[in-house]
Design a protein around this ligand. Structure first.
Ligand SMILES: Cc1cc2nc3c(=O)[nH]c(=O)nc-3n(C[C@H](O)[C@H](O)[C@H](O)COP(=O)(O)O)c2cc1C
Length: 366
């Protein structure tokens, strides 16, 4: 069984728990000759790293990546790349209370029911510390993509926090790096800051929507019917902790549209087909169209909150719980680089699959 791995050719296996000595990713199938070093991967880990502003957990996890194998003289060798991140800011005593009690909304109860043994410290394997491993693998995937399809650009951002959505009229790519929410709407960033500050101080939490876009992806990626690009992207995003919904393009809103409104009309441009709109999110029949690939996912509110909640103990007694420790008031913020990493891994995987089966696209237009 390989339930801790994903990807067909670019195969990522993550390992480790929140309070073990280290965690990481083993990447098998990375092409040789990818120029990579620890700093290039660290760049993306720093984006996910906690404690960078008051809206993320104040745990101090430096998340320093080490490359243990698969790289020689600054290039991948085609052998497995082992990426390791040591855990350094563990406070197991913060979790003493959840040794016997189950946090409502967290994975404590299901891990216990299934396995009958559970590393309760920080949530163990169910902790989103695991997502650091994905971000490290995603950093490597980005560099491999740069060599195979240099026009691809992958960007994630938040479009909603609680009930507050961005105004698409204010969308500005250059704003994304300028605020703690990675949002393209500067006005929304100001409003959200006040809103989340109040929630944080009251010990509560809130959900969010993250959108990840891949621009410059060539037409033809995706392997129907059981490795459609949208199938693999949906699985990848849904596997991120706290994600409860995934959409491609118009997503759930497509149900409200008529066929007329939903049709992305096709025109002949100078360099091939062009589309009047992108309701499809850049994927038709599981294959990329050459338009932007647009994926959106909803994350639920952080379950570890300072408000008293009813729960039960392992022995079945009813009790109450307050989850102490240092938690994210909105996990959507730190989920942005995780979504980007998953997009990078899936796109690279499909670039390699496409290269293996087809090479250059065979169907000519014009
Ligand atoms: C980047 C990120 C950070 C997270 N941080 C926390 C946290 O501080 N506290 C918490 O209770 N849950 C946190 N979560 C969510 C839990 O890991 C998740 O809810 C839990 O594993 C149960 O899984 P499920 O929500 O997918 O069912 C985080 C999720 C992500 C993506």
């Amino acid at each position: 069984m390989s339930m801790n791995s994903f990807g067909h050719l670019f195969r990522v296996t993550t390992w480790g728990e929140s309070h073990g000595p280290a965690l990481g990713a083993t990447v098998d199938g990375c092409p040789p000759g990818v120029v990579i070093d620890e700093a290039m991967i660290q760049h993306w880990l720093d984006k996910r790293k906690p404690g960078q502003n008051k809206f993320t957990t104040q745990r101090r996890e430096p998340d320093q990546v080490k490359i243990l194998s698969g790289v020689f003289e600054g290039q991948t060798t085609g052998t497995p790349v082992q990426l390791m991140i040591e855990n350094t800011d563990q406070r197991s005593k913060d979790y003493g209370d959840i040794m016997d009690k189950f946090r409502p909304g967290h994975a404590d109860i299901t891990y216990w029911q299934k396995y009958g043994i559970r590393d309760y410290r920080g949530g163990g394997r169910s902790s989103a510390r695991e997502t650091a491993s994905r971000v490290a693998a995603g950093g490597l995937a980005r560099e491999a993509i740069r060599q195979i399809a240099p026009n691809v650009q992958i960007t994630g951002y938040m479009t909603q926090i609680g009930p507050h959505k961005i105004d698409r009229k204010n969308f500005d790519w250059s704003q994304i790096e300028e605020n703690p929410f990675w949002t393209p709407d500067a006005q929304a960033a100001d409003d959200w800051a006040a809103y989340l500050d109040d929630l944080r101080k009251s010990g509560n939490s809130v959900g969010a929507v993250v959108e990840v876009v891949a621009r410059g992806v060539p037409a033809g990626l995706g392997a129907p019917v059981y490795a459609k690009l949208d199938t693999d992207l949906a699985a990848a995003m849904m596997s991120i902790n706290a994600v409860k919904g995934v959409e491609i393009g118009e997503g759930m809103a497509a149900a409200e549209l008529t066929g007329e409104a939903n049709a992305d009309e096709i025109f002949m441009g100078q360099n091939g087909p062009q589309y009047s709109s992108n309701h499809a999110g850049g994927i038709l029949g599981g294959i990329s169209t050459g338009q932007d690939i647009v994926v959106r996912f909803a994350v639920k509110p952080t379950s570890s909150i300072l408000t008293t909640r009813k729960t039960i103990t392992k022995s079945g007694e009813e009790t109450e719980i307050i989850t102490k420790g240092r938690h994210d008031p909105c996990v959507g913020i730190r989920a942005v680089p995780v979504g980007e990493a998953m997009m990078a891994c899936v796109i690279l995987d499909h670039l390699l699959l496409h290269r293996g089966q087809i090479g250059e696209n065979r169907g000519r237009i014009g």
